[in-house]
Design a protein around this ligand. Structure first.
Ligand code: SF4
Length: 131
């Protein structure tokens, strides 16, 4: 089994690194972010842009770089993605679980390990949805 897990890890990284500069966060959300990796944001924000986006749509930390969330929105609108993926764009994504760094998000998706959230997160979501 460890050999299979290692193989999946190698294949996932081999495919995603060149295309999305994937750093293997282990909890992939590409489908909901217009196929734009939020971990490439210098602040690794997973729920939209910070308040520092420049007028030209570039990043306040790396002025030479287009804001990941400006790019994500543009791609969400323009790419022929499944409607359900586009709808997930507005989801409130939980904080990054750093314990998953370096693991395969495919394996974590199958085992549902990527759905484990910090204590209190479910309560917070209930509160958010009830307002
Ligand atoms: S969200 Fe995580 S797994 Fe997905 S491409 Fe970005 S770093 Fe890789």
């Amino acid at each position: 089994m460890p050999k299979l897990l290692n193989l999946l890890l190698t294949v996932e990284h081999g495919m995603k690194k060149p295309v999305w500069d994937c750093t293997m966060c282990g909890q992939c959300v590409l489908h909901s972010t217009g196929m734009t990796c939020p971990m490439t944001c210098p602040k690794t924000l997973r729920n939209g842009p910070c308040g520092g986006v420049r007028e030209d749509g570039h990043c306040e930390v790396k002025p030479e770089m287009r804001c990941v969330w400006v790019k994500a929105y543009d791609r969400k609108v323009s790419l022929p993605l499944p409607t359900v993926w586009k709808e997930h764009y507005n989801d409130l994504r939980p904080p990054v679980d750093m314990q998953l760094k370096g693991t395969s998000s495919w394996v974590n998706l199958i085992t549902k390990r990527d759905q484990q959230t910090p204590a209190g997160w479910a309560k917070r979501q209930e509160e958010t949805h009830s307002h």
